[in-house]
Design a protein around this ligand. Structure first.
Ligand code: CP
Ligand code: NVA
Length: 302
C-alpha cells in the first residue's frame, strides 16, 4: 500500500467516494446516538493554515478529538514556513512527527509539493484551485436530503472559483449535469471544465431552470480582497434569491459553503429559509465527512 492523499475529489475512486459519504452519514448517526469510539488514539493531525478559517479548523480539530486523537494548529506566522523554509523540507520534517497533514493554502502546487515529500496522507483543506472537503459535505447533505445526486441537474451560480472547480469534479464522480452561470471573465479554468456534463451560461436563470440543487459562493475569494468592488459590479444580476429559485424544480435545495455575504451572492431571506436552504446541515457535515475521510486515508495508507 502507498500513502493516499486527498488533494482533489478525483483522488478517490467513484466507489471510494460513495463509501466515504456513507460512512460520514453513519458517523453522524453514531454521534447523535451518543456512541463514541477512539480509533485515532495517539494519532496527530498537523493543520497548516495560510488563510483564515472557521468551519475547516473547528471541524478538523473537533473531529480528531472526538476520534481520540489530537490536532496541531500551525500558522506560517509562527512556524518557519512563514520565514521561507522550503515546502519540501517542511513536508519531510512534519510528516515524520504526525500521522496526517491538512493544508489550507494559496497555490495548489504547494499541496502537490508537500504531498510528494510527505510520508503521511495530505488533505487539501482549500487551495486557490479546489475545495474538495467542502464537496464531501455538500454531497453528504444532498444524499441526506434528497438521495443520490446521480442524474440530477445542479446549478452553480457565481464565480468559476475553487468551489466551482470542485463541483465540476463532483459532476464527473457522481454523473450529474452541472450548469455554471458566471459573468464573462470569471469562467472556471478551461483545463478543469472537461466532458459533456458541464456547461457554461451567462444568465443565472438559464442555469437554474429545472435544477434540483443550486449552489453559490462569495464573489471575491480569500486572496482577492482588493478586487471586491470590481467583482461586485461584474456579478451584478447574480444574486441567488427566492425569485431565482422559483425557476428551479419545486423540491430544489440551496447550498453555500459559507461564510456568506447576504445581499451580494445570496439574499438573507433565502439563506434563512429552512425549506430550501440546507446551509447549516452542510456546515455541520464538514465534521462528519472529514472524520470519514481521515478514517479512509489512515486505513488505506501504510
Ligand atoms: N466553508 C469553509 O471552508 O469555511 P471556513 O473558511 O470557515 O473554513
Ligand atoms: N471561495 C472561497 C471559499 C471559502 C470557504 C474562498 O476561497 O475564499
Amino acid at each position: 500500500m502507498a500513502v493516499r492523499h486527498f488533494l482533489t475529489l478525483l483522488d478517490l475512486s467513484r466507489d471510494e467516494l460513495r463509501a466515504v459519504i456513507e460512512r460520514a452519514i453513519e458517523l453522524k448517526a453514531l454521534r447523535n446516538q451518543g456512541v463514541s469510539s477512539e480509533p485515532f488514539r495517539n494519532k496527530v493531525l498537523g493543520m497548516i493554515f495560510e488563510k483564515s478559517s472557521t468551519r475547516t479548523r473547528v471541524s478538523f480539530e473537533a473531529g480528531m478529538a472526538q476520534l481520540g486523537g489530537s490536532a496541531l494548529f500551525l500558522s506560517p506566522r509562527d512556524t518557519q514556513l512563514g520565514r521561507g523554509e522550503p515546502i519540501e523540507d517542511s513536508a519531510r520534517v512534519i510528516s515524520r512527527m504526525v500521522d496526517m497533514v491538512m493544508i489550507r493554502t494559496f497555490g495548489h502546487n504547494v499541496l502537490e509539493r508537500f504531498a510528494e515529500y510527505s510520508k503521511v496522507p495530505v488533505i487539501n483543506a482549500l487551495s486557490d484551485s479546489y475545495h474538495p472537503c467542502q464537496l464531501l459535505a455538500d454531497l453528504q447533505t444532498y444524499v441526506e436530503h434528497r438521495g443520490s445526486p446521480e442524474g440530477k441537474v445542479v446549478a452553480w451560480v457565481g464565480d468559476g472559483n475553487n468551489m466551482c472547480h470542485s463541483y465540476i469534479n463532483a459532476a464527473r464522480q457522481y454523473d450529474f449535469e452541472l450548469r455554471i452561470a458566471c459573468p464573462e471573465g470569471y469562467d472556471p479554468d478551461e483545463s478543469i471544465v472537461a466532458g459533456d456534463r458541464v456547461s457554461i451560461v451567462r444568465k443565472p436563470v438559464d442555469a437554474v431552470r429545472g435544477a434540483d440543487w443550486v449552489a453559490t459562493d462569495v464573489w471575491a475569494s480569500m486572496g482577492q480582497e482588493t478586487e471586491q468592488q470590481i467583482r461586485i459590479k461584474a456579478f451584478d444580476g447574480f444574486l441567488v434569491d427566492h425569485e431565482l429559485m422559483s425557476h428551479a424544480n419545486s423540491d430544489a435545495i440551496f447550498m453555500h459553503c459559507l461564510p456568506a455575504h447576504r445581499g451580494e451572492e445570496v439574499s438573507g431571506e433565502l439563506l434563512e429559509d429552512d425549506a430550501i436552504s440546507v446551509v447549516w446541515d452542510e456546515a455541520e457535515n464538514r465534521l462528519h465527512a472529514q472524520k470519514a475521510l481521515m478514517e479512509f486515508l489512515l486505513d488505506n495508507s501504510n
